[in-house]
Write a protein that binds this ligand. Structure first.
Ligand code: B12
Ligand code: SF4
Ligand code: SF4
Length: 315
């Protein structure tokens, strides 16, 4: 008879393979409560909040974010997955720039669907196992857990970087109440490079690994509900109207990452053809276009605000 450790190892490997089968680029496992590095990352979150670097994202203050066990009773392990969103057609619209993560189908939905299938597979394999899916909207310190599981390291631009896929991955998680065999933690491979810090036009990376949202173009174009941008943000938009990829585009680890050819990652047609005429779109037209994308977080009035601000600098 096999011992329990051997059984766990076999199941852990099967689970990771099944995740790849469902369409994820990478999958790794961490044990809960994790290493002491998680404590350091939680302290970093506390400092970030104390500095008000979350600006008006008050939901970031949820105490639950500091404790993965608050998300599932008896949580013992977490499977972390990365969905490769890099697609060859993403650079077609170079005048109205949109973050690559948002150009295809809504990654929350894409990842959730795949993880739901994986959950059903788990139900078949271990009928009494409890699990919970988290994709961005749950209060989970996602990058710290992805780093813990060995999916990648936290780069100085604060994104998770995988050796093969770079940082062009959106993240998803299944927390389980079963002990699994953890993978090795990732170690940083940024070395002496500081390209992302140097090239951020608004100096939003205030120190390595730390983003001040008030200075970040991604924050202002996606999250800010103010009717206008601060002057220094407007001056530095340089074409960005939804998100910002500058600190990722300059990263050496992102230069050779493979494309995902699936329809889920392909940019929507309206994004490829977006132009000044969109300022005349009514709410209905915006709603139709934004349906099924993560960009619907940016309300039609915000799109108009972003586009007008960007064009002001170009005229
Ligand atoms: C709030 C948020 C934002 C905010 C704040 C960004 C930020 N860096 O915190 C804004 C709106 C600006 C934003 C922008 C973007 N976001 Co965002 N965002 C989030 C969210 C909801 C929470 C992130 C968070 O916890 N921030 C709090 C701070 C404290 O955490 P942190 O930046 O991770 O800080 C860590 C490091 O500083 C580290 N650290 C501290 N000291 C040290 C020291 C050393 C030596 C090391 C190694 C590390 C280290 O520890 C901290 C805690 O983990 C996550 C989803 C989630 N639930 O986690 C998505 C998430 C991080 N976002 C994501 C994406 C795709 C983006 C954008 C690329 C989108 C775009 N193209 O515009 C940009 C990237 C901007 C950037 N450079 O970060 C992805 C990132 C995927 C990846 N590969 O990492 C996530 C994980 C969503 C997902 N499920 O895929 N985002
Ligand atoms: S997303 Fe853009 S503005 Fe924000 S830190 Fe990266 S380069 Fe700077
Ligand atoms: S640009 Fe350089 S410092 Fe920044 S995340 Fe990439 S490797 Fe790290």
């Amino acid at each position: 008879m096999k011992d329990i450790t051997q059984n766990n190892k076999e199941f852990s490997n099967k689970l990771k393979k099944r995740a790849i089968f469902e369409g994820f680029a990478v999958s790794r496992i961490a044990s809960i409560p994790g290493s002491s590095r998680l404590k350091l990352r939680t302290k970093a979150l506390e400092r970030w909040l104390a500095n008000n670097y979350h600006s008006e994202m008050k939901w970031m203050e949820s105490e639950k974010r500091k404790n993965i066990e608050s998300l599932l009773e008896g949580a013992k392990s977490v499977l972390t997955v990365g969905f490769n969103y890099l697609n060859e057609e993403q650079k077609q619209n170079s005048k109205f720039k949109i973050g690559k993560y948002g150009q295809g189908e809504d990654y929350h939905k894409v990842i959730f669907k795949k993880l739901k299938k994986l959950g059903k597979w788990i139900d078949n394999e271990i009928p009494n196992c409890k699990w919970k899916i988290c994709v961005d909207t749950s209060p989970l310190l996602e990058k710290a857990w992805a780093e813990e599981a060995g999916l990648g390291w936290i780069g100085k631009n604060s994104n998770i970087i995988n050796k093969e896929y770079g940082s062009w991955l959106t993240l998803g998680f299944i927390i389980l109440n079963k002990e699994l065999t953890p993978d090795n933690k990732s170690l940083s491979l940024c070395g002496k490079c500081e390209k992302c810090i140097e090239k951020c036009p608004t100096n939003a990376i205030t120190e390595p690994f730390v983003i001040n949202s008030d200075l970040c173009i991604a924050y202002h174009t996606i999250e800010s509900r103010h009717h206008s941008f601060p002057e220094f943000i407007e001056r530095n938009l340089n074409g960005w109207i939804a998100g910002c990829d500058i600190c990722q585009d300059v990263c050496p680890w992102n230069k050779t990452a493979p494309f995902n050819k699936s329809i889920e990652a392909a940019p929507k047609k309206w994004i490829k053809n977006l132009n000044i005429e969109s300022l005349n779109w009514d709410e209905k037209r915006w709603e139709e276009n934004l349906k099924g994308t993560t960009l619907k977080r940016i309300k039609p009035w915000m799109w108009r605000r972003n586009i007008k601000a960007m064009l002001k600098q170009k005229l």
